[in-house]
Every structure is written in structure tokens, then in C-alpha cells.
Design a binder for this molecule. Structure first.
Ligand code: GDP
Ligand code: IMO
Ligand code: MG
Length: 446
């Protein structure tokens, strides 16, 4: 029985949603632990297509409990809308969807502030999703934030007064629209409290009850390690810990209960928003990756910046997260290329750097050292056995394993569940326990 963390190893959009949905049958519960509706996780199977932002990607599995942990920031309107959408699609959520009463609330003023700050930053903007994520986490750290449990509290009005006292001067200075009155916010929050009531829980205690009963939990990361507020390319990051430690603080589960981490790694790199990107391509190959990989944001629709796989950055992620197995995604996007490059080192003013530098002025200046691979020029979509992959693709994967320092256990060759190779190796069985057969059945449409 495994309690596994699934994490993005790059700057998000690695295909976490697809992988979580695929391996769900091996787990009893799926928990999100950080971020909010800045995430966009796509799940496709047969002719169905879901874009999930707040709900864990386990929601499409009727027997799986879905948890939105205390480390998240929740815009109740977005939660309720998404719930309505999946309900309309025939998904029954009540009773198996738990929302932490400790999670922070995102209010419309946070969204307004996010937008006004970005506009004021001009060329230096972070390129946020303008969902109010940063301002809400900021309120949490500064201790004037509102938690979901507070929506029902007797002193809600006083809490909102305090919150507005913090945010209003900045909104005014940025010439943003004036915020709603405290009375308007109280009405909004009380309405949310009523509608969220069936889902609000003290989730940490309930997760421990599950663990005590021998149930297994999958922790679904959002964003990626390079967007982590501590370990990413600060300040061009999100405002939460998207690395493995976030799964513990964001749910209340101690590290001793975690079995390991599965890192989702795209066969090339993408990034949305600003910040350094060592292997970015501004040429026809970059355009080819964007078009072939359909690299447009699930949340904002923005075109994603594209480039070669950066094994230096992926190694940094592997170490930070204790990645024991890699789920390699979007290999098929490379199918038509004559030549494929992988960055295996950074050069800075004549010196070879062993690790990703902290300072962005250095990271912006480093030159990638590339290793070149011949393309396989044949479709890999839908291949189910690793032995059936073209030899050149297997060579690329072997080199990646060596450079990053962890074995590849899953290879994704298309957006659908059924387009995934599960490699028969101990790491994969360790991850899925005695339920590997259930995952295979699920992949094959059972
Ligand atoms: P997430 O945020 O990590 O869950 O990733 P997104 O869903 O934002 O972006 C990944 C995109 O790639 C989605 O459109 C997926 O449907 C798609 N996708 C996932 N795996 C594969 C794959 O192996 N091949 C192809 N071509 N598309 C994939
Ligand atoms: P998933 O879970 C890719 C990026 C934004 C911006 C920075 C800060 O789908 O992989 P924020 O709104 O969080 O304050 O924005 O982080 N970003 C993502 N990029 N995938 C995501 O989520 C992202 N969530 C945030 O583009 O650069
Ligand atoms: Mg995404």
C-alpha cells in the first residue's frame, strides 16, 4: 500500500492530470495540497475531455475520495462552478469530496490586486494567471487571511474589516476599482458558507483516519518544482511549495507516512509567463513543439514558451523531491523531428556549472550545453510496450535516465489514458502496489 506524491518536475503542465487519472485505481484517495485554480489539469479518455482546476484528477473515479487540502487557496466561486460542470457530466461528488476548513479563501479583492499589480509591473510582470493566488497566500503569511472555516464564523465581519484595511490602500494606490464594502463581502461569504457546507471538513484528521484504516493516498501536485516559491526561479514562481514537502504541510500528513514521489517530466520543456528559460527555442522547432504539443494554457489559453529538455533543471527537481520514478510525457511530440537536443550542462562565463544557480542574473546568462540525438521519425502514439518503441527513442530515454538520475517507469505517447506505457520494473510495482493490474485494466478501458 503506497502513499505517493505526483509532482511536476519542470514549470508546470507536464501532464500531471493525465498521470494522476491513470494511476488512480491503485489508490483510495487523491489529495491536492497547494495552489488553487491557477492549475489546469487535463484528463482525456475515449471521447471525453475534462479540464480540472481545483478538483483533484481522481474526481472521475467513483470510488475515490477527493481532498482539497489545507495548503490550498480556494476561490469558492470557481470550486462551485467546477463542481457544477462535473456534476452535469454525470460525476457524483457528494460524500467523497472534502474541502479543508483550513484552506485560505480567495476573495474578488485578491483577484483585483493580482491584476493591478501585474499591470503596474509592465515589462517586469510575473505573468501570473491573475486568479488572486499570490495575494491570498500573502494574507495567510501576514496572518490577516480568511480561512474557509471562517466563512461560518461569528466574527466574520471583523475579519473582513481587517482584511480590507490591509488591501484597500494598495488597491487605491494602483488605481484599481474600489473594493466591495464589508457588508457586501459578508453577504457573499455567508452565501458561500451555505453552499460549501456539504464539503467543508477538518480534512487532516479525516486523512489520518484513512491512513489508520490502511487506505492509500495519492498526493496530486500542481504547478512544478521550478515554480516552487523556495526552490524555483524566484520571483518568477507561484506562491506555494510545489515540491514534495508541500504535500506534508499542505495536508497534515507527516513525511514518515509518504512512500515516495513520482516525477512527471515532459520530453521537452514549456513555461508560461515570465522568467529565465535556458533551453527556450525562438525558432521553427519551438513553433513545431507548440503546435504539435498543443502548448496553449489549460487555464488562461496563453501560448506556452517551448524548448528542449533541460536535464540540469530536471536533476535539480529529482533531488529536491526525492523522485524515485519518472513518468515521461509527450514523447510523441518529438516523433517528427530530425534531431533532438537535451541540455546536459550549463556554461557561465567559461565555467561549467554543476547545479542550477540561485541568482537569476546568472541563470539568464548561462549557455546550454547540448547533447544531440537522432530523431526516430516514426509515430509512437499508442505504443503499449516499451520494447516496441523505436531504438532511437529508447536511447533518448536511457540518456535522460542517466542525466536526471532516476528510472522512467511510465511513458506517455498521447493525451489519453490508453496512450501510456507502463514499464515492468520494480519501481512501478512499488508505486502501484498490488493494484498494478487495476491500473492496466483501467488504461485499456476496463
Ligand atoms: P498538467 O497541468 O501537468 O496536468 O498538464 P496540462 O493538462 O496543463 O497540459 C498537458 C497537455 O498535454 C494536456 O493538453 C494533455 O491532454 C496533453 N498530454 C498529456 N500527455 C500527453 C502525451 O503524452 N502526448 C500528447 N500529445 N499530449 C499529452
Ligand atoms: P499546472 O498545475 C504552468 C505560473 C504562471 C506564472 C507563475 C505565477 O497546470 O501545471 P500564479 O497565478 O500562480 O501566481 O502565477 O506561475 N503558473 C503555472 N504555469 N502550469 C501551472 O499549473 C501554473 N500555475 C501557475 O504562469 O508564471
Ligand atoms: Mg496545466
Amino acid at each position: 500500500m503506497a502513499n505517493t506524491i505526483v509532482l511536476g518536475m519542470q514549470w508546470g503542465d507536464e501532464g500531471k492530470g493525465k498521470i494522476v487519472d491513470l494511476i488512480c485505481p491503485a489508490f483510495d484517495a487523491v489529495a491536492r495540497f497547494q495552489g488553487g485554480h491557477n492549475a489546469g489539469h487535463t484528463v482525456k479518455f475515449a471521447d471525453r475531455h475534462f479540464a480540472l482546476h481545483l478538483l483533484p484528477s481522481g474526481i472521475l473515479h467513483p470510488g475515490v475520495t477527493c481532498i482539497l487540502g489545507n495548503g490550498m487557496v480556494i476561490y469558492p466561486e470557481a470550486f462551485l462552478k467546477e463542481l457544477e460542470e462535473v456534476t452535469a457530466a454525470g460525476v457524483a461528488a457528494e460524500g467523497r469530496l472534502w474541502l479543508s476548513d483550513r484552506a485560505q479563501v480567495i476573495l474578488p479583492v485578491h483577484v483585483a490586486l493580482d491584476g493591478a499589480r501585474e499591470q503596474a509591473l509592465g515589462k517586469q510582470k510575473i505573468g501570473t494567471t491573475i486568479r488572486g493566488i499570490g495575494p491570498s497566500y500573502e494574507g495567510k503569511a501576514a496572518r490577516y487571511g480568511l480561512r474557509l472555516g471562517d466563512l461560518q464564523a461569528d466574527d466574520l465581519e471583523a475579519k473582513l474589516e481587517r482584511l480590507l484595511a490591509w488591501l484597500s490602500p494598495e488597491l487605491a494606490a494602483l488605481e484599481a476599482d474600489p473594493p466591495p464594502t464589508v457588508a457586501e463581502l459578508v453577504t457573499l461569504c455567508r452565501g458561500w458558507a451555505e453552499r460549501l457546507k456539504p464539503y467543508l471538513q477538518e480534512t487532516s484528521g479525516r486523512i489520518h483516519d484513512l491512513l489508520d484504516d490502511g487506505r492509500s493516498i495519492l498526493f496530486e501536485g500542481a504547478q512544478g518544482a521550478l515554480l516552487d516559491i523556495d526552490h524555483g526561479t524566484y520571483p518568477y514562481v507561484t506562491s506555494s511549495n510545489a515540491t514534495a514537502g508541500g504535500a506534508c504541510t499542505g495536508t497534515g500528513v507527516p513525511p514518515t507516512q509518504i512512500s515516495g514521489a513520482l516525477g512527471v517530466l515532459k520530453a521537452y520543456t514549456t513555461r508560461v509567463g515570465g522568467g529565465p528559460f535556458v533551453t527556450e527555442l525562438h525558432d521553427d522547432t519551438g513553433e513545431h513543439l507548440r503546435r504539435r504539443g498543443n502548448e496553449f494554457g489549460t487555464t488562461t489559453g496563453r501560448p506556452r514558451r517551448c524548448g528542449w529538455l533541460d536535464a540540469v533543471a530536471a536533476r535539480h527537481s529529482r533531488r529536491l523531491n526525492g523522485i524515485g520514478t519518472i513518468a515521461l510525457t509527450k514523447l510523441d511530440v518529438l516523433d517528427e523531428l530530425d534531431e533532438i537536443q537535451m541540455c546536459v550542462g550549463y556554461r557561465y562565463r567559461g565555467e561549467r556549472l554543476r547545479h542550477m544557480p540561485t541568482r537569476l542574473d546568472i541563470l539568464s546568462e548561462v549557455e546550454p550545453e547540448y547533447r544531440s540525438f537522432p530523431g526516430w521519425k516514426t509515430p509512437t502514439v499508442g505504443i503499449l510496450d516499451v520494447a516496441d518503441l523505436p531504438a532511437a527513442a529508447r536511447d533518448y530515454i536511457a540518456a535522460l535516465e542517466q542525466e536526471v538520475g532516476a528510472p522512467v517507469g511510465l511513458v506517455s505517447t498521447g493525451p489519453r489514458r490508453e496512450e501510456t506505457i507502463l514499464i515492468d520494473r520494480p519501481e512501478v510495482h512499488g508505486l502501484l502496489g498490488d493494484r498494478t493490474a487495476d491500473v492496466l485494466r483501467h488504461r485499456d478501458g476496463g
